[in-house]
Design a protein around this ligand. Structure first.
Ligand code: NAP
Length: 283
């Protein structure tokens, strides 16, 4: 399928490179045009200057932008020129309600929509090993599959529109718990005067080992918090989780604690750091 990509952030750049390597990418759009220019020079694909221009030229649109309002703003522009029969896949992390709104807007133009958020971090985006959770029509997913497979190690069809995003909310709650556990445990280890690299290596090989410890353990204990996954973005996700949980009367004490911690860090100017900056509050 002739594919256009919107959103060359920390995630989008790696994804776009992998789609190009698989031979699918026609061109890209990024709000800050200079970023798109650098990548199109490297990949030898088109640089679209407007979303409307991209929409008129391709039959598969992939989106990876920051938050709910951004996805809806992009979809509104797409809807102006998109051709009937096009498929739009949003890989940003947003609410299920936003996914449903985007799908309804595009359905008016006879365009199919999939909510397909991903997990695996910038490393997963770079290496093409993301896990993707998809909501929408299964037949539409089947058509987009060859392109989506070039970025992923695992694609799971979850059900109707919005169920991909609901699954991603589950992932984000676990991410909050893992961040709390790893930052607290490593701050404890440092206070005990233990050799930190050895702590990280031996625990990574046992039952408490996990992705976050392996990929962020060393950097956080050295006081380096470059993203990665920006704290403001995880805060945005956890606010979505809180509002979804409220509707079903589900208690989320871990999410509530993490939101409060992140808000302290954001107030101190650390919002654009990696989520492992939670370590600042623990050490
Ligand atoms: P990022 O580095 O901050 O990049 C955000 C991208 O979205 C940039 O290309 C930005 O353009 C674009 N953008 C934002 N608002 C826009 C708008 N209104 N119109 C057009 N473009 C807009 O973020 P990221 O880390 O790549 O994350 C992107 C999405 O993936 C988020 O929803 C995030 O929650 C999710 N995610 C992130 C990770 C991770 O580890 N980083 C993992 C899984 C999922 P500019 O260049 O002009 O700012």
């Amino acid at each position: 399928m002739k594919t256009g990509f919107i959103g060359l952030g920390a995630m989008g750049i790696g994804m776009a490179r992998n789609i190009t390597a698989a031979g699918h990418l026609a061109g890209v759009y990024n709000r800050t045009l200079s970023k798109a220019q650098q990548l199109t020079d490297e990949l030898q694909v088109a640089a679209y200057h407007q979303i409307e221009e991209l929409a008129a030229d391709v039959n598969l649109v992939l989106i990876c932008v920051s938050a709910d309002a951004d996805v809806l703003a992009v979809v509104e522009k797409l809807a102006e020129t998109v051709r009937p029969g096009t498929i739009v896949v949003d890989m940003s992390t947003v609410s299920s309600d936003t996914a449903k709104q985007a799908a309804a807007l595009l359905a008016e133009k006879q365009v199919d929509f999939l909510d397909a958020p991903v997990s695996g971090g910038v490393e997963g985006a770079k290496n093409g090993t993301l896990a993707m959770m998809v909501g929408g029509d299964f037949e539409v997913l089947e058509k987009a599959l060859p392109v989506l497979e070039s970025m992923t190690r695992c694609i799971m069809y979850m059900g109707c529109t919005g169920s991909g995003q609901a699954t991603k909310a589950v992932n984000q709650i676990m991410g909050a718990g893992i961040n709390q556990a790893v930052t607290e445990a490593l701050a404890f280890a440092q206070a005990q005067g233990l050799p930190m690299e050895k702590v990280i290596e031996v625990i990574s090989g046992g039952a408490s080992g996990n992705w976050f410890l392996q990929h962020r353990g060393s950097t956080m204990t050295r006081g380096s918090f470059a993203p990665g996954f920006k704290l403001v973005l995880h805060h945005k996700d956890l606010k979505i989780c809180q509002s979804m949980a409220k509707k079903t009367d589900t208690a989320t004490p871990l999410v509530d604690m993490t939101v409060a911690d992140y808000e302290r860090l954001m107030a101190s100017g650390y919002g654009d750091e990696d989520i492992s900056a939670l370590y600042r509050l623990k050490r």
